[in-house]
Design a protein around this ligand. Structure first.
Ligand code: URP
Ligand code: ZN
Ligand code: ZN
Length: 482
């Protein structure tokens, strides 16, 4: 008699801690057992494949509303399709505030749009205007609704917060029990440098990197950490582009601060040189912080191995190359400062990290699982429901052919964006099947999921992001009420 609805038989199970040959028995949407000789009503032969937790992409932009009206080209259906094709079953995307407005209404609109998702999902709430109403009334409601992370930008018009506004967000997060994630670059210095470059006629995409060198990312990361330390509020530094920024995180961790770091595949395989391609082509590689160079990429791997960088997310931010609403929003002669930032990466995240990391011998498979699934789940309050393989957890799995060699093309990635910055990149390791809460939703590149089958993940309080209780410099919590 069968004990399980589905058995994944004979694969090499990779957990955050261990790797062993076993069967995985699934009952309904949960893992029922990991063991030997499990019998299921259905069975999938996984001999020769790795069986890993479904990817958790804790930083991607999907159907994000734009200040001028409309939303990102990547919809929930196309974004989910790309995620599932690439082995990712959970995403955390963003709800944006527009300056002068609140955060409750946009969040309701994001929830309405996400009802079409085919992956499980949650949101980070972006704060661009730290008004009294938002800080004292709306943030508590948003966090109580399960959106337990806030994102702030220390640069970008019109998103950036100054230090005082940033402190108000940190304090609000401390009061409500949320994690603060930070885009670290120095606003004023980038403005100053951009003005100088443009005045000198240096307008091409490659000057994007010149306008925001790594020292400005390091300065902002250092400042973000110092201000978070003053408030005793845990933070995560998003999209770390180079070792010198990660070293700020290493120092903070060594001092016992709750500071975590995220990097992205673009910082492993792209460089500032890519933005120097002829004509407008360099725009395809423009994202912020800017990709650096090969030495920086190699240096990031060491900081991954040293557990300084905890997460590799995609920062999928889709702007097509050919469409008038994408990279050429302001025309192909637009100066670099007017070209939308961001690169697509939902579907390519796991293959690139596996290939560059595991296949090239830089990390072990368990470390890969920690980076792309376990740590994002833990740091954002989704663990153990997501991010591991154990009885009682959601049956989110990716069956992986570690030896399959693939040359990445945009078609394989199945997003709506009309290009990938990784076109022609050879990878070793590719997803064969994706299972989301017990259902096979991707097989050999064919995504078979119905819009609306993704679930909203309300995130309750969790220990990892509790303040340490060390309030330096004579501060106490009563100092945070302004
Ligand atoms: O260039 C980037 N990273 N675009 C996406 C928005 C952000 O800063 O995360
Ligand atoms: Zn950012
Ligand atoms: Zn982003």
């Amino acid at each position: 008699m069968a004990d399980y609805d589905l058995v994944i038989a004979g694969g090499t199970v990779v957990t955050p801690a261990d790797m062993f040959v076993a069967d995985v028995g699934i009952i309904g949407d949960k893992i029922g057992a990991v063991g030997f000789g499990l019998r299921g009503r259905r069975s999938i032969d996984a001999h020769g494949l790795l069986v890993m937790p479904g990817g958790v992409d804790s930083h991607c932009h999907i159907e994000q509303l734009q200040s001028g009206g409309g939303a990102d080209e990547e919809s929930w259906v196309t974004g989910s399709t790309s995620a599932l094709a690439g082995g990712t079953t959970t995403v955390i995307t963003f709800s944006t505030q527009f300056k002068g407005h609140g955060i409750l209404e946009p969040l309701a609109e994001y929830r309405r749009r996400a009802a079409k998702a085919m992956v499980d999902y949650s949101f980070h709430q972006i704060i661009t205007d730290a008004s009294d109403e938002v800080i004292f009334n709306e943030v508590p409601q948003v966090v109580a609704s399960g959106v337990r992370s806030l994102k702030v930008f220390l640069t970008y018009d019109p998103l950036h917060l100054d230090d005082r506004q940033f402190l108000r967000v940190l304090a609000a997060a401390r009061r409500t029990g949320a994690l603060v994630t930070v885009h670290c670059e120095n606003y004023e210095a980038i403005k100053w440098r951009t003005a100088a470059l443009l005045a000198d006629g240096r307008t091409e995409p490659k000057y994007h990197a010149w306008s925001r060198p790594s020292v400005l990312e390091r300065e902002a990361a250092h400042r973000a950490i110092a201000l978070a330390e003053m408030v005793d509020q845990p933070i995560q530094i998003f999209h770390v582009s180079c070792p010198e920024v990660a070293e700020e995180i290493a120092r903070a961790k060594a001092r016992g601060l709750k500071v975590w770091g995220e990097t992205c595949p673009q910082y492993f395989v792209l460089s500032a040189q890519d933005m120097d391609r002829p004509g407008f082509e360099g725009a395809k590689f423009m994202c912020s912080p800017a990709p650096r160079d090969a030495a920086a990429s190699e240096g990031l791997w060491k900081l991954v191995r040293d557990n300084v960088l905890d997460i590799v997310s995609s920062d999928h931010s889709g702007w097509s190359y050919e469409t008038p609403v994408g990279k050429r929003l302001h025309g192909v002669d637009a100066p670099f400062s007017d070209i939308p930032n961001g690169v697509p990466g939902l579907g390519s995240r796991l293959p690139i990290v596996f290939s560059e990391g595991v296949s090239k011998g830089r990390i072990e498979p368990c470390a890969f699982v920690r980076l792309i699934a376990t740590n994002p789940a833990k740091l954002f309050g989704l663990y153990p429901r997501k991010g591991t393989i154990a009885p009682g957890t959601d049956a989110d799995l990716v069956l992986w052919d570690a030896n399959k060699r693939v040359t990445i093309t945009n078609r394989l990635l199945q997003h709506v964006i009309d290009y990938t910055p990784y076109e022609g990149l050879d990878v070793t390791g590719w997803p064969v099947s994706t299972i989301r809460r017990g259902a096979v939703v991707m097989q050999d590149g064919q995504v078979q999921a119905e819009p609306g089958t993704g679930e909203f993940l309300a995130r309750g309080p969790y220990d990892l992001i509790r303040p340490t209780g060390n309030l330096p410099f004579g501060f106490d919590a009563s100092a945070f009420q302004v």
